[in-house]
Ligand binder design. Structure first.
Ligand SMILES: C[S@@+](CC[C@H](N)C(=O)[O-])C[C@H]1O[C@@H](n2cnc3c(N)ncnc32)[C@H](O)[C@@H]1O
Ligand SMILES: [Zn+2]
Ligand SMILES: [Zn+2]
Ligand SMILES: [Zn+2]
Length: 374
């Protein structure tokens, strides 16, 4: 992604203006008062003294703006403006909470942070370990040259801060190299919402065109009296909301409260969705994460066992998400002294990782050692 527009606005063209670098010139007549073009801000930040009288999102001047519930220092027209601004405001919200009125960086610092954050969201990479725990963020200029596909032919893994790109499909001469920028669990519409928000494009890969996996990903309960289209639509909306609610709640709710969100939503969605439905899987995955966090190994294992089969079906054949799920399961079985199941699961993880990470990756040596030690 580049901040400048790929195409000049209609009736205009980009050209090299001698001695002035790039310029814009008219391709047709424009009358006095006619709009030549308009351009939304790439990044913007409301000045501190106007806080509360203008919307932090759209800059509209208005009475009765509503406050950000967390920091109480950002003001919005409505939920839409707040949602739109959240990717930027979240850079500041936590420190505004912590420092209150003392939080006072200059406008340039704030704007720079926003511009960099956008660039980093689009061109940056998050480094994760073998269980997909977040290790950090980094910029890899060459890796960032790869475009995205939901049926990628390579996977990016890390050895420390070194990024490695390995083929997970045969690649013929002349074929473009595609990695995936996003979690491929979700159906086409959700994936493209994500791509649009963070990378500013819509994907036209085979999976996005055929939507082949969407039906399985959104599996509905097989009942004698199946739920209506309306009910299903409502439940999908509920699922997306609860996913967002949970994402936020993670920062301030207790493990018990978080588990309750998972269980309540699984109960509610279970009336319409099969267990293999990706929204069910999403909440089970979150629940498993909470169980791991509070060291409830049995609880984590129960969720993991329900997740793994549908996971393997929804993801491509070589997937780090599937590998890490086998790995977590294997380690849980081992910790709970079910060696047979543990060995089987760890071997499934290794089979994927030998392709994605390469046979000599330290993670694989570690797992092989775990197999021997038990
Ligand atoms: C990490 S860069 C990839 C390299 C980029 N094409 C470039 O010229 O620098 C990410 C950007 O590439 C573009 N891009 C990547 N995959 C794409 C795809 N499948 N369809 C359309 N645009 C894509 C989007 O503009 C995205 O924000
Ligand atoms: Zn607004
Ligand atoms: Zn806030
Ligand atoms: Zn796609």
């Amino acid at each position: 992604m580049r901040p400048e527009a790929a195409e000049p606005p209609g009736g205009l063209e980009r050209f090299v203006s001698p001695g002035k670098g790039r310029g814009l010139r008219a391709l047709r007549r424009f009358g006095v008062g006619e709009l030549l073009f308009s351009c939304p801000a790439y990044a913007a930040v409301l000045t501190v003294s106007e806080r509360g009288s203008h919307c932090d999102g759209c800059f509209a001047r208005k009475d009765g703006l509503s406050k950000c519930g967390r920091c109480k220092q950002a003001f919005y027209c409505n939920v839409e403006c707040q949602k739109e601004d959240w990717p930027m405001h979240k850079l500041e919200c936590a420190s505004m909470c912590a420092f209150g009125q003392n939080w006072n960086p200059s406008e340039t610092v704030r704007l720079t942070a926003r511009i960099l954050a956008k660039q980093v969201n689009c061109n940056g990479f998050t480094i994760e370990d073998e269980e997909l725990s977040h290790l950090g963020s980094a910029i890899f200029p060459d890796v960032a040259l790869m475009n995205h596909s939901c049926c990628p032919n390579v996977i990016v893994t890390y050895k420390g801060t070194l990024a490695e790109i390995r083929a997970v499909k045969e690649i013929e001469p002349g074929e473009e190299i595609f990695s995936s920028y996003i979690d491929l669990l979700y159906p086409t519409e959700d994936r493209n919402d994500r791509l649009k928000d963070s990378y500013f494009f819509i994907c036209d890969c085979r999976e996005c065109i055929t939507k082949e996996k969407d039906k399985d990903k959104l599996e509905i309960c097989k009942l004698n009296d199946p739920p209506s289209a309306e009910t299903v639509k409502g439940m999908i909306k509920y699922a997306r909301n609860v996913i967002e609610e949970f994402r936020r709640a993670k920062h301030y709710k207790s493990p018990a409260e978080l588990l309750e969100i998972c269980e309540l939503s699984l109960d509610k969605m279970g009336a319409v969705f099969e267990d293999s439905n990706v929204y069910m899987l999403h909440m089970m995955y979150q629940a498993m994460g909470v169980c791991l966090y509070v060291q409830d190994w049995e609880g984590a294992l129960r969720y993991g066992q329900k997740i793994i089969r549908p996971y393997s079906k929804h993801y491509p054949s070589y997937s780090l998400n599937v590998a890490s799920m086998w790995l977590k399961l294997g380690r849980l079985y081992m910790a709970l002294n079910n060696r047979t199941a543990g060995v089987k699961a760890l071997k499934r993880a290794i089979a994927i990782m030998e392709v994605a990470h390469g046979k000599d990756h330290p993670y694989i040596s570690e797992i092989k050692k775990e197999l021997e030690d038990h």
